[in-house]
Ligand binder design. Structure first.
Ligand code: SF4
Length: 76
C-alpha cells in the first residue's frame, strides 16, 4: 500500500523503524524493549487493534501496530 511507510526511507532508518519490532537493531537502538510497539505508542493515530495507522513521526504515513521506532512514547 502506497500509504505505508518505507522501512528503507531515510526518516525510517534514522529512527530505527521496523514493521516488525523484533527486527529492530538493538545495538543502534537500545531504547527498544520487548513489549514496546506502535500499537501502545502515544503517536499511533489509530485504535490499538488497528493493524496499521498513521504516525506523525514518520511523515504521517502508516506504520504497523507491531512496529517500533525510537520516537516511541508510552500511551497514557
Ligand atoms: Fe511507531 Fe510510535 Fe515510532 Fe510512530 S512514533 S513509528 S507509532 S513507535
Amino acid at each position: 500500500q502506497a500509504n505505508r511507510v518505507d522501512e528503507a526511507a531515510p526518516g525510517s532508518v534514522a529512527l530505527g523503524y521496523k514493521h516488525d519490532a523484533s527486527k529492530v537493531d538493538t545495538k543502534k537502538f537500545p531504547a527498544y524493549a520487548a513489549g514496546k510497539n506502535c500499537a501502545n505508542c502515544m503517536l499511533y493515530q489509530g485504535k490499538a487493534t488497528d493493524a496499521w495507522a498513521n504516525c506523525a513521526a514518520l511523515g504521517n504515513k502508516q506504520v504497523a501496530a507491531k512496529g517500533w521506532c525510537m520516537a516511541w512514547a508510552k500511551k497514557a
